[in-house]
Ligand binder design. Structure first.
Ligand code: MIC
Ligand code: SF4
Length: 645
């Protein structure tokens, strides 16, 4: 990517307008100014505790919103404690607070705040939903959001930009979910670190903003930095219908703009697709699975919970009933969506069809509601089907479009939605607007308030890392395989309520892989050794949860040795002073045994120098490397971002 070209693509235009550090033509890392931030409650408490410790007295961004959508189950006091803490922080620092019950952060942000041409940083990996409205919207760890709220830059690898050229028009029964599943089929869930996907071509104009947002949302599963659509007439119409015409700016790629790579999707040829268990990259056609018995169907989540999506489901179910032996749950994305469905009769249709209408929150998507039964087949419209994420380890989750979900709900078997498709839902001319559950909106960004921060017993201190020493005695505390997700490292679901209490939450690190991990790490720590995690390809896929680095840091983990590490997790490891090493020869992974002891001799010098590190193991010397910018070196040497302040 070059900065000073005459003909620019959308990514280059937005980044050039926000560049504060680095030069895209020669540096491997760029610092960008952040206009907007979002947090959600599960990552937000840590982000705000870290923000507090930075000593800044109000947010410096144009817009910062604190959403409550993940931990809304409220069994026990913990979730409610978190909500109170978040509300009091928002009031004090000039942040907009979105109360529980208002909706899911990404859907709400798209509706009410997302602005073309701006940058958005969110403590949630699906923040790229904002790419649907022409934002450069990036997911990151909570501490990065804290820095951005304090006015600091955010750092990204200088991107390579891939054009995803859309041509043609989707046929009835095929929708945006099938488009992103096609892109996932081509590029998979690993190997895309550092890329930004820009959607372009004549087919773009045929997709409404919520459909574009479904595509950029689930771009997170590719492991890219973000995905973005241009801001065009469709964007203009959406913003006007949201009563935000003044937020529109046109951002189109210049004619002749260059890309590092191009992939074309002919929308008219696309067939309904699904991601089979247990990876969003495991794509099969719906046709090939037709007739398979299904036990559960879950519709909603930040990927497919817009009015367009749920109205489409209602049209499939109109006057009909879901099959007897399938349970169907629907979670809408926002109050606006529910309001519209209530007005046009869809809510009644869904209710009469036998669907369970759920809270407009993350719920089932994160294993916090309606976990399926043992060995179930569950069709879901959300974005991740990692093993156990639904709360039931033995369940097989298939990711599908709302159309496929609805058609299958009627028979309890996987069905092709293209056989009896419904009419497409036109973009509303005017959305009903009710911002009453966004508190402190009128005073956002305006100075310190006398508000007192409310801290219940679930709000604990944030631990700080320690300076990297020259040498450590170390133990391989766990050896895991390929594609270990942050859901393996730091489970959500029933454990989610401990997010604000690191000593408590740390008890569950690697729970699905080795429930003794916590005890073993603490025993090694007491014996004076640090812990090392050994992993295969694509370590740390999935969420932005910095707890997957913060809790291991708390347990004395100082390094990860992996075949490869995913972007957000790698950044989180660095933020918490853990060295992200990769094997120079991936086959050296086989030479280390779980429980093996070794010396990390000269690790500090390696980090400060060229990142190359030799490790003596029982099976010989192995080479590790880590490519760090000067900023990243500094963070690790200090023991992490907080310790560096
Ligand atoms: C997810 O979808 O995995 C989550 C839960 O939204 C996470 C954030 C978290 O762990 O709190 C994400 O996507 O970043
Ligand atoms: Fe919530 Fe699921 Fe979206 Fe994560 S992916 S923000 S858990 S709805």
């Amino acid at each position: 990517m070059k900065t000073m070209k005459k003909q620019m693509n959308v990514v280059e235009k937005i980044l050039a307008a926000h560049l504060v550090e680095g030069d895209a033509s020669k540096d491997s890392e760029l610092g960008i100014r952040i206009d907007q931030t979002l947090t959600q409650d599960a990552t937000g408490t840590m982000a705000y505790l870290q923000f507090e410790s930075m000593g800044v007295n109000r947010v410096k961004t144009d817009v910062s919103v604190s959403y409550v959508d993940h931990n809304t189950v409220q069994i026990g006091f913990e979730n409610a404690d978190d909500h109170d803490f978040l509300q009091s922080v928002a009031k004090k620092y000039g942040i907009i607070y979105s109360k529980a019950g208002n909706g899911i952060c990404h859907q709400l942000h798209l509706e009410r705040f997302g602005k073309p041409g701006t940058t958005l940083l969110g403590s949630d990996s699906h923040t790229p939903t904002g790419g649907g409205i022409g934002q450069i919207a990036i997911g990151a760890g909570g501490i990065d959001i804290a820095v951005a709220m304090a006015g600091g830059a955010f750092h990204i690898p200088t991107p390579k930009v891939r054009a995803i050229v859309l041509k043609g028009k989707l046929k009835k029964g095929v929708s945006a979910k099938d488009v992103i599943l096609k892109v996932l089929e081509k590029f998979g869930t690993k190997g895309n670190v550092g890329w930004i996907f820009e959607y372009t071509g004549p087919g773009v104009a045929t997709l409404d903003v919520p459909s574009r947002a479904t595509i950029t949302n689930m771009g997170a599963e590719l492991g890219v930095t973000t995905s973005v659509f241009p801001s065009d007439k469709v964007t203009k119409q959406f913003l006007a219908a949201q009563g935000r015409a003044e937020d529109f700016v046109e951002i189109l790629p210049d004619r002749g703009a260059k890309y590092d790579d191009t992939f074309t999707v002919d929308l008219s040829k696309l067939e309904p697709l699904m991601a089979a268990p247990h990876s969003p990259g495991n794509i099969v056609t719906v046709k090939s699975m037709k007739g398979k018995k299904v036990n559960q169907i879950m519709i909603g989540s930040c990927t497919n919970s817009s009015y367009r999506d749920i109205r489409t489901v209602a049209l499939y179910l109109k006057g009909k009933h879901v099959a007897d032996d399938v349970e169907v749950g629907i979670a809408c994305g926002s109050r606006q969506v529910i309001d519209m469905l209530a007005k046009d009769g869809s809510l009644g249709i869904l209710h009469r069809a036998g669907c369970r209408m759920l809270e407009n929150a993350c719920g089932f998507c994160i294993g916090a509601h309606m976990s399926p039964r043992t060995g179930a087949i569950s069709l879901r419209t959300n974005n991740r089907n990692f093993e156990g994420r639904s709360g039931t380890k033995s369940a097989g989750v298939y990711l599908v479009s709302p159309e496929t979900a609805a058609a299958s709900a009627l028979t309890g078997k996987i069905e092709l939605p293209t056989l009896n498709p419904v009419a497409s839902v036109p973009s509303p001319k005017k959305f009903p607007i009710d911002d009453s559950m966004f508190l402190y909106r009128s005073t956002s960004g305006k100075g310190v308030r006398a508000a007192k921060i409310v801290r219940g017993p679930n709000i604990a201190q944030v631990p700080k890392g320690e300076k990297l020493a020259e040498t450590y005695d170390a133990v391989c505390a766990i050896k895991v395989g390929d594609k270990i997700t942050t859901d393996h490292i730091m489970p959500a679901g029933a454990r989610l309520k401990f997010r604000s209490n690191i000593p408590e939450y740390a008890k569950f690190v690697f729970e699905p892989c080795d429930p003794k991990f916590h005890d073993n790490c603490l025993a090694n720590k007491t014996a004076g050794a640090v812990n090392v995690i050994v992993a295969g390809e694509s370590y740390g896929q999935g969420s932005s949860r910095e707890h997957a680095a913060l809790c291991p840091m708390y347990l004395g983990v100082k390094a990860v040795f992996a075949k490869s590490i995913e972007r957000i997790h790698r950044a989180n490891l660095i933020n918490f002073g853990i060295v992200p090493f990769e094997f120079v020869n991936p086959s050296d992974y086989d030479k280390i045994v779980a429980g093996e002891k070794f010396e990390l001799k000269g690790i500090r010098d390696a980090v400060a120098g060229d990142g190359v590190f030799e490790l003596k193991t029982k099976k010989g010397v192995i080479a590790l490397k880590t490519r760090l910018s000067d900023r990243e070196k500094h963070l690790i040497l200090c023991g992490g971002l907080l310790a560096s302040l």
